[in-house]
Structure formats: structure tokens, C-alpha cells
Design a protein. Structure first.
Length: 371
């Protein structure tokens, strides 16, 4: 059985969620208690405790010509940003290359793809895998730049445990509420910051609150990312963005947006021509586990891959309470927080017969079968 699980975690703290923005503005964040590090460690330890199948991806032919060019990793992000006309203090330059890279000799050119499918030598953040070995699940952590700036050691800890580091933007502002220039600067700043901390390329991006659209997607492409994972097809949530993906080529759950740029949507359940939110987050906390697992099984049967997301604050029932928020926000944020960690542990345990990949590994596989 070749079903694939993509675990993703959006690394933000309890006070940074959109529902609290009116009550805890950005200017007050430095005064708030940081709890994200403890909660991320809980998740990392849980992942390490699970023994599962990990199988190496077979690389897409799109990337087969890209090889590693050894360099001083400390200078990777600065030199790559300079080549693309992107720095913290300059406006991002537009280009037509899709991934924003020069020819395959680029030091940011998917340097991990230089070994055989059965000895996949990747950077520490994307792991060294061998064929069908037993290992702990590896996930993709979309890290908020504001958090990374204050806890760079946490980013390195995630990386050192074999997980992929990707960007969640810098200040958790909704993408569509930013000007084009501000959003480009946010995309570049968060990418450069994470690359400086890890010494490795950052390939993926996820928009805060899935606030994506076609224009924003092109800005993400222009600022040098390989893939975006911001599309949530559940249409009844007011903050989730909308995109026209029907015209794009699809392999598995992966959409080709342009040469060397892809969209990797969150998984949802289609039932009786309706889209039900089944990717994780508050829906995972709310839906009974037995029912949730049945939905995941249906998704896997149809698509052979399932992409899950969660936030570290969702395993923290002791976080400070924001009393002044409306009842609807209280329910959405606090429902079943005391049960989430145990539920997550049982959920991941039920999936250990499947293979786990990071988003980068899935994107760079050989073409998936379209269902």
C-alpha cells in the first residue's frame, strides 16, 4: 500500500491567531508569554516516539538535472537573494523563471537531488532516507518569522530532528490585506531569515489563515519559492482564499502552476458534492476521532495522499485565556484543547502503516498518478 501522509505544522503562538488580532495587536506581542517552544517540543517528541514506514520519493524529471554545488551554507540565502534582486532592504524584483533561479548551477538549485532514489541524500531539514526503512514520521514545519527571530535555536532543533523548515510569513498578516510591495517584502524577509538560521534553502510557503488567491500565488512564485501550501477548498470559511486550479495540471494532489512552481492544497473530504473541512486544525479537535479517521480513509482511497495541519497552541490547554473575545471565537479556539495531544497521538499511531514524507519530498517525486 503506497498511501502517503504529509504532516504539516504552522509554528505560531497562542496570541498570534487571527481571531485575537483585535484584542492582542502586533505591537503587544513582545509582552505576551511565549509558549510555542514547549509545545513544539511536545510535537517533536511525539513524532520521534512513532515507528512508521518512510519511503524515499522518486524525483520528478523536472528536477533531475539539478545537482548540488557545494558552498558555504552560511552565505546561501544572502547570495541567492542578491542574484534575484531580493534583500531585506530592497524591493523584490520580478522575473519569469518560476522558481526564481538561474541555471542548474545555482547554489539554491534543489541541491538535495543528486543521489539515487534508494539513497536520497537530502539536507538535514529533509532527511536522509533509504528504501522503505522504519523511522519516525518527518513533517513540514511552516515557521512564522517573528517566532524564528526570537527562537532561532528552536528552528535549528526542528531541522536537526530531520524535518523540513518552510515559511509561514513574518508577522501573520493576512496576505490579501497587505499591499503587493509589503507582501513581497514579507515573503522575502521570512524566507531569508529562515535560510540564515538553517543555512539551507527554504522551498515552501503557507499563507496565514490560508489567505491566498491567484495574484498572491504569483507573488509567492516570484519571490523564489518552489511550492505553496495555502489552498483550502472549504468554501464556508470567510478568511480562506479562492484560486482557479481547474486549468492546472494535477498529479496526485499536486498542481503545477508554472515551470518549477506548484500548489499543494490541504486535504478536504468531498461528500455528496459538498466539501467538508478535513485537513486538521479546529476541525480535527471538534470531529470525533473515529469519524475523522473514516474521512481520512476515504481521502486516501481516492487520492492516495492526505495532507494534515495543526498548530502548536492546539496541544496546549494551559495557555492564557482571552476573556473578551466573542463566544464563537472562544469555541473555535478553545474547543477540546485538553484532548488534542492524546487525540493526535492516537491518530498518528493509526497511520504508521503508511509512508510519511515532507512536502518538499512529495513535490519532488516522480509524477503521481492522477485520480
Amino acid at each position: 500500500m503506497n498511501h502517503t501522509i504529509l504532516l504539516t505544522f504552522d509554528i505560531e503562538d497562542w496570541f498570534q491567531v487571527e481571531n485575537f488580532k483585535q484584542y492582542i495587536p502586533f505591537s503587544s506581542w513582545p509582552k505576551c508569554e511565549l509558549r510555542v517552544e514547549k509545545n513544539v517540543h511536545k510535537i517533536l517528541d511525539l513524532l520521534d516516539s512513532i515507528n512508521c514506514n518512510t519511503g524515499p520519493p522518486h524525483h520528478r524529471s523536472t528536477f533531475s538535472s539539478l545537482r548540488n554545488n557545494p558552498t558555504n551554507s552560511k552565505n546561501v540565502s544572502r547570495e541567492s537573494a542578491s542574484r534575484k534582486g531580493l534583500t531585506h532592504n530592497s524591493k523584490p524584483a520580478t522575473h519569469n523563471s518560476g522558481f526564481g533561479l538561474p541555471p542548474p548551477t545555482s547554489r539554491l538549485a534543489l541541491h538535495a537531488l543528486n543521489s539515487s532514489p534508494f539513497d536520497l541524500s537530502l539536507s538535514p531539514s529533509t532527511l536522509r532516507l533509504t528504501s522503505h526503512v522504519k523511522s519516525s514520521p518527518k513533517a513540514t514545519f511552516f515557521v512564522l518569522g517573528w517566532i524564528a527571530e526570537r527562537l532561532p535555536h528552536l528552528v535549528r532543533e526542528i531541522q536537526a530532528r530531520g524535518h523540513e523548515i518552510a515559511s509561514h510569513g513574518y508577522g501573520h498578516e493576512l496576505c490579501r490585506e497587505q499591499s503587493t510591495e509589503d507582501l513581497k517584502n514579507d515573503l522575502v524577509k521570512s524566507k531569508n531569515l529562515l535560510e540564515d538560521i538553517t543555512g539551507e534553502p527554504v522551498y515552501g510557503y503557507r499563507a496565514p489563515s490560508f489567505s491566498i488567491n491567484d495574484h498572491i500565488l504569483q507573488l509567492i512564485r516570484e519571490t523564489g519559492y518552489l511550492y505553496d501550501s495555502s489552498f483550502n477548498s472549504f468554501g464556508l470559511h470567510g478568511r480562506y482564499g479562492r484560486m482557479k486550479l481547474n486549468g492546472n495540471g494535477r498529479n496526485g494532489i499536486l498542481y503545477t502552476i508554472s515551470d518549477n512552481f506548484f500548489e499543494l492544497p490541504v486535504s478536504n473530504l468531498k461528500l455528496l458534492n459538498r466539501i467538508l473541512p478535513w485537513g486538521g486544525g479546529g476541525y480535527f479537535r471538534l470531529i470525533p476521532l473515529s469519524i475523522f479517521k473514516q474521512g481520512v480513509d476515504k481521502i486516501l482511497k481516492k487520492q492516495e495522499v492526505y495532507l494534515f495541519y495543526l498548530h502548536p497552541w492546539e496541544v496546549d490547554s494551559d495557555q492564557p485565556k482571552v476573556s473578551e473575545i466573542p463566544r464563537s471565537f472562544k469555541f473555535r479556539h478553545y474547543v477540546n484543547l485538553d484532548k488534542t495531544y492524546g487525540k493526535l497521538s492516537m491518530f498518528l499511531g493509526s497511520l504508521k502503516k503508511y509512508r510519511f514524507l515532507t512536502c518538499f519530498q512529495y513535490v519532488t517525486e516522480e509524477p503521481h498518478q492522477t485520480r
